[in-house]
Design a protein around this ligand. Structure first.
Ligand code: ZN
Length: 544
């Protein structure tokens, strides 16, 4: 075999053409699938446009390959691009993801555990066939170059010719390009090699800003309660990948909320997330910046809700069973549940069931000495291994999809498995409420909100992480649930039935969290904006 391979030889000009076609078509399957789905060939103009688009995509590859196909440089560089492109192509094709800077941030800042969840036999095969095999063939092929002078002459002439073709065809379809481009801005994020190269450069540019000054929001924030008779204890459960529509209490046909349906809770029906990935949504939720102005790097260098509450005198405790707090909890006490000593009951080596988050909570609450804010960061419904997110007793909706290769499961199996994760989340939230109820002297409350939603095969899109502007509502519409003890309703002058009504019709988003919590925790600070406070409408008395 190696003997056969070692006899392979190819003229550099032919190699450039073959690689242009391979990168342009095979490694860009997702791009062409998107284009064929979004282009309407209704007129002769559009036929010309479709043809010119092929040149439009292939010419840059041809030019680039003409530049890098040089002795010593060609093989390592092209191999690198072959491997990355085939992996990127697989994720874009199979999961409908788009590759942008947020996605790259997600990849670099994801734990190994999550990354392994995404590696499947099918994915491995895909990369092997379209990335590894061509790389091996390339490695054993001798590239024959002409003399420097001749090589240069040929490349310059053919580059000039291809540029000319590109410009004429593009000029002929100028209008179609601008309208297609405007309507499908995101398509560039599917164009392999450009998408990840650009996004990776942007990611490192962002990271290079590390010497920034840390911004304090309000060093003078202080607790200014209506009355001081009770300790305030609020639990905020940050959910993972839960989408609003699969909650029975939001009108889903399957009973995924047998516990919460019996609790005296409020479910907010129209809530939008800040991002479609944890790395964006979680910092955004705790930031005072609105979604439109939110920047993940600036957030790392700016105080957030937890810092203000801490400065004001709250005890803060962040318990994490997900993929870390993305910088939000850097300055407050934190406990990471995976690998923590006491959690054998709910954990294996890879991950823990979310029940680990409330293990020992009752004991913790009995020892509270100050106003306290507890954040429980759940693993929730993190895919594609939904089946690993809940214990056996919660395997209620069947048949399930007990594999990471969700493309091999039917839609029904995927949805059933996902619904079981919601069923388990329902149990966790309800049990936390029950625990809080055991301390009637506290002014206690609980809020649950998910970081983003999930696509379960609608229009062939799976998982999450789509660019926000084109993300389907499955990825951005999130559940938000509130429970308040009677003490809290009374002490904070909140009309619960008014909240109940507002939750049905009013529109909310992650932008509301920062300010609503400042209100709920009765923190007096100049950064509080009452128009964002979801409780404002239903307070029977103004905040002091
Ligand atoms: Zn997430």
């Amino acid at each position: 075999m190696t003997k056969l391979l070692s006899k392979l030889a190819i003229d550099s000009r032919i190699l450039i053409i073959i690689l242009t076609l391979y990168f342009g078509f095979v490694l860009n399957l997702s791009f062409w699938r998107f284009v064929s789905g979004h282009i309407e060939i209704g007129s002769f103009q559009m036929v010309i446009f479709a043809f010119s688009l092929i040149f439009f995509i292939l010419t840059p590859f041809y030019l680039l390959l003409s530049i890098v196909t040089l002795p010593f440089l060609a093989k390592p560089l092209i191999t690198l691009f072959l491997l990355i492109s085939s992996a990127a192509n697989y994720y874009m094709y199979e999961f409908g993801v788009f590759i942008d800077t947020d996605m790259i941030t997600n990849i670099f800042e994801t734990t190994k555990r999550e990354a392994f969840d995404l590696i499947t036999v099918w994915g491995f095969l895909w990369v092997f066939v379209t990335g590894v095999v061509p790389s091996v063939i390339l490695a054993f092929t001798t590239i024959r170059y002409a003399s420097v002078k001749r090589e240069l002459k040929i490349r310059i002439l053919s580059a000039a010719a291809s540029l000319l073709i590109l410009l004429t065809t593009a000029a002929a379809s100028y209008k179609e390009y601008t309208s297609f481009g405007r309507n499908n801005r995101e398509v560039r994020k599917l164009l392999n090699t450009i998408n990840y190269t650009y996004s990776t450069v942007r990611y490192f540019q962002r990271r290079a800003l590390t010497n920034r000054e840390f911004v304090r929001l309000d060093p003078d924030a202080k607790v200014a309660p209506f009355k001081e008779s009770h300790k305030t204890v609020v639990v905020l459960i940050v959910g993972e990948t839960a989408r609003a529509d699969n909650f029975y209490i939001n009108g889903y046909e399957k009973n995924t909320n047998p516990n919460l349906a019996k609790q005296d809770i409020i479910s907010f029906k129209n809530v939008l997330s800040c991002g479609t990935a944890t790395a964006i949504s979680v910092p955004c939720m705790f930031s005072n910046a609105d979604r439109e102005y939110f920047d993940v790097t600036s957030a790392k260098y700016t105080e957030n809700l937890l810092d203000i509450a801490k400065n004001a005198g709250y005890d803060i405790f962040w318990r994490d069973n997900d993929d870390g707090c993305k910088g939000v909890c850097d300055r407050v006490p934190t406990e990471n549940m995976l690998g923590s000593k006491n959690s054998d009951k709910f954990c294996d080596k890879e991950s823990c069931f979310d029940e680990v988050l409330i293990e020992g909570l009752e004991g913790y609450l009995s020892n509270i000495t100050k106003d306290t804010l507890i954040i429980l960061h759940a693993m929730g419904s993190h895919g594609p291994t939904y089946y690993k997110r809940y214990p056996d007793e919660f395997k209620v909706f069947k048949p399930t999809c007990d594999t990471a290769q969700i493309q091999n499961c039917s839609k029904e199996e995927i949805v059933n498995t996902y619904d079981n994760t919601i069923l388990y989340t329902d149990y966790i939230i309800s049990k936390t409420i029950d625990t809080l109820r055991k301390f009637p002297d506290f002014e206690s409350g609980l809020m649950y909100i998910s970081d983003h939603g999930e696509s379960l095969g609608e229009n062939n899109v799976y998982l999450h992480g789509m660019p926000y502007v084109i993300a389907p509502k499955e990825q951005t519409k999130v559940p938000m649930i509130l429970w308040m003890s009677e003490n809290m309703q009374k002490q904070d002058y909140i009309d619960y039935s008014c909240m109940q009504e507002a939750a049905k019709t009013d529109a909310y988003s992650h932008d509301n969290i920062f300010h609503s919590f400042l209100g709920l925790l009765e923190i007096e600070t100049k950064v509080y904006k009452k128009e964002y406070d979801i409780f404002k409408k239903c307070r029977t008395k103004e905040l002091p």
